[in-house]
Design a protein around this ligand. Sequence first.
Ligand code: NAP
Length: 518
Amino acid sequence: MTTIDSYLEGEWCVGRGKKTALVNPATLQVLGEVSSEGLDMGAAIEFARDRGAGLRAMSFARRGEILGAMSRAIHAHRDELIRLAVANGGNTQKDARLDIDGASGTLAAYADLGALLGDAHVLPDGEGALIGPGGRLFGGHVWVARQGAAVHVNSFDFPAWGLAEKAAVALLAGVPVVSKPATRTALVAHRMMKIFVEEAACPPGALSFIAGSAGDLLDHLLGQDMLAFTGSGDTGWLLRGGRSALAHSVRVNVAADSLNAAVQGPDVQDGSDLQSLLLDDVVRDMTQKAGQKCTAIRRVYVPKGREDDALERLRERLAAVKVGNPALAEVTMGPLATSEQLTDVRRGVLRLQTSGQIVFGSTSQVAPIGDGVSRGFFMSPVLLFNAAPEPTDAAHTREVFGPVATIMPYDGSAAHAAFLVRAGGGGLVSTVYSDDRAFVRDLVRRIAPFHGRVTVSSSGLVGQALPPGTALPQLIHGGPGRAGGGEELGGRRGLAFYMQRVALQGDRSFIEGLLRSE
Ligand code: NAP
């Protein structure tokens, strides 16, 4: 059994008191234990803040080199990390690869951005302008690294990617990181942290790691600090309203729930390649990580009169899903990550049933394959059908974070599709499947303000499209409203959260020099 230790003030340390067990959710085998009780969170965050000067003294290119080393280090341990994700996260091999490769890929992408930004220490923001009549008074904007620490609180579903995608952006901006994974699936993030410390030559204080609960960490946040949180909306609201966060105007980024939608355009023929792409995306999102993925499609809108065909084809695909111990190669869907998750998803399906009916699967009947799985947190995929969707229905108001989706008809117009998509209250990503340019344009314009990302899947992309649920370092990840109102990644755009944009005004001969990026 592994003791999951924290890395604070440049030392590995273990909390005292009652420990929380980390288990294999398929077999309930205990894999490790953790406690953060008694750890000095105030000293840890102060240490990180203090060491930020070292990072800020480096150029973007030098920081990029560090990210490159971190990416290579975890890639070299890919197989080991995948095994840990299978054991502690209930991931299939494929699920685990998405997380681990997403982590190394995002670090590599930000390493490349560092090289591109070169020897600079600050980032110019547009052109300056003369602001007075005399020809000397000049003003402009520049981004500089903030002098606090970046506290990262992550969700249980992507322990590797969650750590890496946030750390990559903060470190490139020149800000030290204190990262806290969700406790129950922390094994992968913990091993990654060991690898970073031992093999990636991270500068002292650049990365700290809290295993176990956050304790009073957030009470120590000050005005130059940043809090980036990924998790449930309820926790996000709590943290955003924390005493220190409010008192010191701490920058807070929340990435929370999302009821991501897929819309089948009226032009998409039953049995066409484009319809197949949509249905494959739905089934992948229902089963990958057992549906525990923030970008998973939860709502599928199909033109009225075409529901039976889509339902039939989805049933066929879902019947081929093999639920069981993800250590077995033939298993295509593992268990939910925790017993609390299983209970929550079952409750959520009951809510969805108030305005829909189950047309595939069940919350109570499942026959997982593999040894020792009788007490595991398994559930079958559940597909629901809601024949007359209304904005107040649970499918539009409640995220069920598991292998669950709801099919609903719309009247075939972009206006009605948008009316229903918007009822989700703001999301991370929604996808339009259509070759009809006028329909796509109309729908995208109507739903864009409610999303962080909109994906358009057309016939020409079949065979080349990336699954819409894949968050990419080049594109922003986040979304308004229900999705938390935050924004991460997006290449250079992501750096803004960790930097201060400052306006400089004065004599043109001074200001132009200050606005340049060295
Ligand atoms: P959660 O229960 O809200 O926990 C998220 C993180 O917050 C964990 O690290 C948790 O630590 C920590 N936490 C909980 N209470 C806290 C407090 N009072 N102070 C400080 N930290 C606290 O969410 P989850 O169950 O892990 O994740 C599932 C949710 O995340 C879903 O709703 C999903 O949609 C969302 N999600 C969103 C995104 C996105 O990018 N938008 C990505 C992935 C997941 P402990 O584990 O120690 O309790």
